[in-house]
Design a protein around this ligand. Structure first.
Ligand SMILES: [Zn+2]
Length: 385
């Protein structure tokens, strides 16, 4: 179904710029119903089943940019933000910096992504900054750099869904507030408003990219780091407590003018984009560093049937505490059909048939011993590092 066009142009082209647009807290079900997001599918490869490593920004984005799970890189909890083992793991910015790219990141805190390899790392005021205006200015700045003969890597963090949820949910309710979980319509409407603003932002920024004529010479990745609860499960008012699909399953759209648009239904992982982008740029993986967990998606993109890889995720459920534990206590392993969750804090497990029960409402642990054993073994392999 997917065809790679014009192989010659791929082989002869000079390096492309890289633009990452992160829609913090974007839900995949909202994206799938959005005309703005669906418009991307005209030109992008759309990954409909992309699984994040962690249901919160910090660990999720360190995994995206390093192509590795946080239990190997060191960033597997809010507490370990500054423990990224850069002497063993390189980031996408490290690679691009080494390849003479000008690297620029813009986000609302310095905790969101690894700073390694960035020439500039700007913090915007999440309450006040007009991100459409500011990010458009940054794109113009990058365009000038490109015109002067240098490639760029621009990381843009759309923080406003996160900010809205932080102001209106995180600061108002706790993970067990009756007022919150009894008002799903209100939760839905609150989130819808925030998501709508993200649509306006994305549409404007994409128009800007097109207007600056950056499409033909840039690889663009639009993705979300994790979803956000709108009241699905008591015990998690927003994100970061559980390993359910309303936060783990997110969206990703990848653009490269050399590759035809396509829709990929099979499960991929957020850790796969970094090696995919490097392969597109023909930048070899540095084998003197630790092996990547992510695998390039180029074969899948080229329509070659690939066995699905398991997706591992983990988080620290704060339970009744105000802050999450220092190390993750909730872990999951999944493929397109099944998910196993291990709640280490009370040593319980949950098994879901994702095909019949995508909302994970019916825990069938104990009813499918074979699947359970296989997933338990897989989970162990992912956690015994
Ligand atoms: Zn986030």
């Amino acid at each position: 179904m997917v065809i790679l066009i014009n192989k010659n142009s791929l082989e002869n082209n000079t390096k492309k710029n890289v633009i990452i647009i992160l829609i913090d807290g974007g839900r995949v079900d909202f994206a799938s119903k959005s005309s703005v997001f669906n418009k991307l599918k005209d030109n992008f490869i759309s990954f409909e089943n992309s699984i994040t490593y962690a249901p919160y920004t910090t660990a999720a984005m360190h995994a995206v940019l390093s192509g590795c799970y946080g239990n190997r890189t060191g960033v597997n909890s809010y507490w370990n933000v500054f423990k990224f083992k850069n002497n063993q793991f390189l980031t996408l910015a490290d690679y691009l910096n080494e390849n003479n790219y000008y690297t620029f990141a813009d986000g609302h805190t310095e905790l969101i992504i690894p700073k390694f390899g960035f020439d500039e790392f700007n913090i915007h005021d999440e309450q006040k900054t007009d991100l459409i205006k500011w990010h458009s200015e940054l794109l113009e700045k990058m365009k000038k750099i490109h015109n002067n003969g240098k490639n760029f890597f621009l990381y843009l963090h759309y923080s406003k869904i996160h900010t809205g949820i932080s102001n209106e949910v995180l600061k108002v309710f706790d993970n067990f507030s009756k007022d919150y979980f009894d008002n799903n319509e209100l939760n839905f409407n609150r989130y819808s408003k925030l998501f709508h603003n993200a649509e306006i932002y994305l549409d404007s920024v994409m128009n800007k990219i097109s207007e600056l004529d950056l499409l033909k010479n840039s690889i663009i990745l639009v993705l979300s780091d994790h979803g956000i609860s709108i009241g699905e499960k008591v015990g998690e008012r927003a994100y970061g407590a559980f390993c359910y699909d309303y936060t783990l399953k997110t969206f990703a759209y990848l653009y490269n003018s050399d590759i035809l648009p396509a829709t990929i239904q099979s499960q991929v992982r957020h850790i796969d984009y970094m090696p995919t982008i490097l392969e597109m740029l023909k930048i070899p993986i540095n084998t003197s560093f630790e092996k990547l967990d992510g695998k390039s998606l180029m074969s899948i993109i080229n329509g070659i049937n690939q066995p699905e890889n398991f997706a591992f995720s983990e988080t620290g459920n704060p339970l009744n505490e105000n802050a999450p534990p220092k190390t993750p206590n909730t872990k999951s392993i999944r493929n397109s059909s099944w998910k196993l969750i291990h709640n280490e804090y009370n040593d319980t497990k949950e098994l879901y048939n994702l095909e019949n029960d995508p909302n994970e409402e019916k825990n069938i642990i104990g009813k499918n011993p074979e699947i359970e054993m296989k997933l338990t073994k897989e989970l162990l392999e992912h956690t015994e590092n």
